[in-house]
Design a protein around this ligand. Structure first.
Ligand code: HEM
Length: 507
């Protein structure tokens, strides 16, 4: 009995100490915290809970971009150790400062060899729309969910190039793998935020702000634990705190569940490819396997790389492609200009044929259209990942205390009227022909050592999709749909997974 009393007292004391420490830390943060001198919501002085809660719901971007950023300006406090900046001089200094194992797989030269694989997926997309129109006869048009079709095409393209074969999303409408991988993204965001903003330790914060994959060990279980050390050193994964944390916060257990499907799928794929004899398929999977042999990557390293492509390479490309199409159908005068350019360039090519990417790269209006869509709708709607300043630093007259996480707010930079002029919120591809277009306030793929390694791949895919669609079909917007209903976990997506447009064959 007495032992019980003693244990209860000890637990009570431990709780009291934790609460006291929290209160003291909070009071310190409010008055003397490193970011207390910056503007921002009051609660951000002592808690990152609002940011965390909104991130878990996929709505952080809305809160950041539509409420806080317009209110607090170019540099503001988002959490006790997080600053958001939308100043082009600071942005440059922060993000442009090791290329990874896979960089060669994404060189322009190599990406060109993937063109036939991606073109195959684009052809399936156009055939699918064409069939929908035919099935709707005698009407000469059909209403299609363009958003979903584009998402399926980009997933199929990742399947073709990184997973040894298309997921056949366009044909069948589903495949278990992308769904499983996507489900993990919401688990990742939970842990990422805990790590970055609730400050487990300085070491974790410092490392996690400079790398991705921080949540790997948390997301999955014993298998990874066994491989933890090799992963930490090879892929720069922070450390294993999430195993401990999962016990501390049992409420987060549902987020940690993983049925192992994605790993099993990839493992079989890798084994099968390794056993193949003769000429191997030329794709990203093979490049990773070859690189793995040279650098002694384990199967789980390889698995992690290819599944990253589903997350990093499909929703991102589909979001940007969808918004390019949407901006065009909502601005028919710009669409006409693009059609003109395409018709002149490809007057001798049948409309159902996909042009060579080399020719698409040189089309000025096409490229301006895509840039302009990515300016208005960057995929890092909620700011993306940040960088920690290791020392007290002054940039463009602003003092940044050391160890604070600085997030470059690309959305706010891209929509700053100071840099882009009064028509900043309008879709104006022509601005890309102005000599003073502020390219230093434009970072659709981020910049510096942590920028997007897939940007050549993405450009190729976006150009092929957009050109093939607009050469073959006439699209019309169906007003009354809300394209602002966006969720962002790691990457953004339309919450309803739907945006319909009217499609007919061009005469
Ligand atoms: C239009 C499409 C795309 C856009 C706008 C885009 C944008 C970005 C951005 C902004 C980042 C940096 C994220 C951050 O700092 O938080 C990034 C990273 C990354 N992207 Fe993309 N991306 C696109 C397509 C792709 C594709 C198609 C792939 C692969 C096939 C890919 C692979 C990656 C990878 C692996 C990283 C992490 C790089 C690293 O950590 O070193 N991306 N992307």
């Amino acid at each position: 009995m007495e032992i019980h009393v003693e244990i209860t007292k000890a637990i009570g004391l431990a709780f009291a100490v934790i609460i006291l420490r929290y209160v003291i830390q909070t009071i310190y943060n409010v008055f003397y915290g490193p970011v207390s001198n910056f503007p921002g919501p009051k609660i951000s002085l002592w808690s990152s809970l609002p940011s965390f809660v909104k991130a878990v719901r996929g709505q952080r971007w809305r809160w950041v971009q539509l409420e806080l950023s317009p209110k607090y300006g170019k540099v503001w406090r988002q959490a006790p150790n997080v600053l958001f900046v939308a100043d082009k001089h600071i942005a440059k200094e922060i993000i442009i400062n090791k290329r990874r194992l896979l960089s060669p797989a994404f060189s322009v030269k190599y990406i060109r060899s993937l063109e036939p694989l991606i073109a195959k997926c684009v052809r399936e997309l156009t055939e699918n729309i064409s069939s929908a129109i035919k099935e709707n006869a005698p009407n000469e048009e059909a209403v299609i969910n363009i958003y979903k079709l584009i998402c399926h095409t980009t997933l199929d393209a990742i399947g073709e190039t990184a997973f040894g074969g298309s997921f056949n999303m366009i044909q069948n409408g589903n495949h278990p793998l992308p769904g499983e991988v996507m489900r993990e993204t919401s688990r990742r965001i939970v842990t990422q935020h805990m790590q970055l903003q609730d400050g487990l330790s300085k070491e974790v914060q410092m490392k996690s702000s400079n790398i991705r994959h921080t949540t790997l060990l948390y997301m999955r279980t014993d298998f990874e634990w066994a491989h933890a050390n090799s992963l930490i050193s090879k892929l720069h994964i922070t450390h294993c705190c999430f195993h401990k944390q999962r016990n501390l916060f049992p409420i987060l257990k549902p987020f940690a569940k993983s049925n192992g499907y994605t790993y099993e799928f990839s493992k079989n794929l890798i084994d099968k490819r390794r056993q193949e004899t003769g000429t191997k398929r030329k794709d990203i999977l093979q490049i990773i396997l070859d690189a793995g042999e040279k650098k002694e990557l384990s199967d789980i390293d390889i698995y992690e790389q290819i599944s990253e492509f589903i997350i990093a390479g499909s929703d991102t490309t589909s979001f940007s492609t969808f918004f390019t199409i949407l901006m065009l159908v909502k601005n028919p005068d710009k669409l006409d200009k693009l059609m003109d350019e395409l018709d002149k360039e490809f007057y001798d090519l049948p409309r159902d044929e996909i042009p060579d990417h080399d020719r698409l790269k040189t089309l000025p209006y096409l490229n301006a259209v895509i840039n302009e869509a990515m300016r208005l709708w960057p995929i890092t709607l909620d700011g993306g990942s940040g960088r920690v300043v290791p020392e007290d630093t002054i940039i463009n007259g602003v003092f940044f205390p050391k160890d604070v996480l600085i997030v470059v707010n690309f959305y706010a930079l891209h929509r700053s009227s100071e840099y882009w002029g009064e028509n900043v919120d309008e879709f104006v591809p022509e601005r890309w022909f102005e000599p003073d277009v502020p390219r230093d306030a434009f970072y659709p793929f981020s910049a510096g050592s942590r920028n997007c390694i897939g940007q050549n791949f993405a450009w190729l895919e976006m150009r092929l999709i957009i050109v093939s669609l607009f050469r073959r079909f006439r699209f019309e917007d169906i007003p009354g749909q809300d394209h602002w209903d966006i969720e962002q976990y790691l990457t953004p997506s339309l919450a309803k997974n739907e945006y319909n447009i009217r499609a007919s064959i061009r005469s």
